[in-house]
Design a protein around this ligand. Structure first.
Ligand code: TYD
Ligand code: ZN
Length: 416
């Protein structure tokens, strides 16, 4: 039986329940995950300590320290949602689900999305003529949405903003969010804001990377500055329950390497699906409510780091040409935690124009346009965008046909 060797933090209390939390590992000093920077501006890069912690009181996994939100979400935010075809399909399905759960048959329904990015989800409401509002603090991505005719407000969502929005637009039938709630440290302001904004028969649906998948796959690259929480059903219920919102349904999603969709509604307003209880039991069986699980996770991360470093070092020794595929936010954790320099991975190709010509945060590996990949295939490509594996492998059949190999590191370090 393994013993836990983590001690309580003196400095930081659980953002959900106020108990002392247990930092179970440190990834060391880390830059902003989406902080791709011009090659001549690397001298004054902002760094902070990336250390996740576990709360015994409510089972929430959270960061000890998160950079100020303005350092992450601003007018040059490098993350555009609409970069993957599968994600387009995914958000179309999400919007159809929201329409059937909270819009069909209602008079003039109103839908609000928190963190609406470039409008990948709200465009479906806009084209269906449904009253909608996106809240998106990062100006550059919000401008893309506005150009598509999507109503977008560039602010951070808080309980105060919720009150102003109710006064201006009325209450919401549906509130939606994807890969955003886990970004917001003041979870109580968000939960209170949602509770105030929803109609009594309204519904709040959000999805985020799922703790159960992260533990099962050792996908530690989900841990970076933006993800202040890695949620489970147990922790979501603890956080939102304090504000009169009940978890009424859950649905696993394949997106972002394993996510969970949580459906919440004012307590007692909707029947609770049996899937919720089933998931709580599954999480307890997996140990998501026990600190030993996170001690083991830390060990798994250390083994994964060693295996990836060994593999890349031996490829270099053998004179192989190696490139990174997809300058994801997640890759910032992998590169910096594993200490992967441009000696081991000389460049990373990515389709996002704002990232190209810049260097990666921390390790300063050059980011090249996607064409650099097809123009001269490497011998090995490190699949940083592993969450899009099926889409990418289907697209890159020619690379594989010419003998190109993939280096993957989730769930295990391997060459494919
Ligand atoms: P994403 O999956 O959103 O991961 P994260 O949340 O960690 O940033 O990012 C995908 C990145 O990979 C994005 O920068 C675009 C890039 N990408 C490619 O370069 N080619 C592709 O075929 C796909 C699907 C993504
Ligand atoms: Zn707690």
């Amino acid at each position: 039986m393994m013993t836990a060797n983590i001690t309580e933090s003196n400095g930081r209390l659980c953002r959900v329940c106020g108990a002392k939390i247990l930092p179970f590992m440190s990834f060391g000093k880390m830059p902003i995950a989406n902080g791709f920077l011009p090659p001549d501006r690397t001298a004054s890069e902002y760094m902070f300590e990336l250390a996740p912690a576990f709360c015994r009181g409510c089972s929430t996994v959270q960061l000890m320290e998160q950079p100020a939100r303005e350092k992450m979400f601003h007018e040059n935010y490098a993350f555009y949602s609409s970069t993957s075809r599968h994600m387009q399909t995914h958000f179309k399905a999400f919007s159809e689900m929201a329409v059937s759960k909270a819009c069909t048959g209602r008079r003039d329904p109103f839908v609000v999305e928190l963190g609406s990015n470039d409008g990948i989800m709200l465009q479906h409401f806009q084209s269906a003529g449904i009253r909608h509002l996106g809240i998106e603090p990062s100006q550059n991505v919000a401008d893309v949405a506005r150009a598509k005719g999507i109503n977008t407000l560039s602010e951070f969502f808080t309980v105060e903003l919720a009150d102003r929005l109710v006064a201006e637009y009325g209450h919401a039938d549906a509130m939606l969010s994807a890969n955003v709630i886990c970004h917001i440290p003041d979870i109580h302001s968000v939960a209170a804001g949602v509770a105030r904004m929803l109609k009594p028969d309204g519904v709040f649906m959000f999805e985020d990377p799922y703790l159960g998948d992260m533990i099962a796959k050792t996908s530690y690259d989900q841990i970076y500055d933006e993800h202040v929480f890695i949620f489970s059903a147990l922790s979501v219920s603890a956080a939102f329950g304090q504000h009169g919102l009940e978890l009424v349904d859950v649905a696993p999603q394949v997106t972002h390497g394993g996510s969970m969709r949580y459906v919440l509604a004012p307590k007692g307003s909707r029947p609770v699906s049996p899937a919720v209880q089933v998931l709580y039991e599954k999480e307890r069986a997996q140990g998501l409510n026990r600190e030993e699980t996170f001690v083991q996770f830390r060990r798994n991360c250390e083994s994964s780091r060693e295996a990836l470093r060994d593999l890349l070092t031996s490829l270099k020794r053998d004179g192989k040409r190696v490139a990174g595929y997809g300058a994801t936010s997640k890759s910032t954790t992998v590169l910096n935690y594993c200490g992967i320099t441009k000696e081991l991975i000389p460049y990373i190709c990515d389709t996002t124009p704002i990232k190209q010509g810049k260097v990666s945060p921390g390790m300063h590996i050059p980011i090249k346009p996607y064409d650099a990949f097809t123009a001269e295939y490497p011998d090995y490509a490190v699949l940083f965008a592993w969450n899009h594996k099926s889409e990418i492998l289907a697209k890159e059949q020619q690379y594989a046909a010419q003998g190109g190999k993939w280096v993957v590191f989730v769930p295990k370090v391997a060459v494919e």
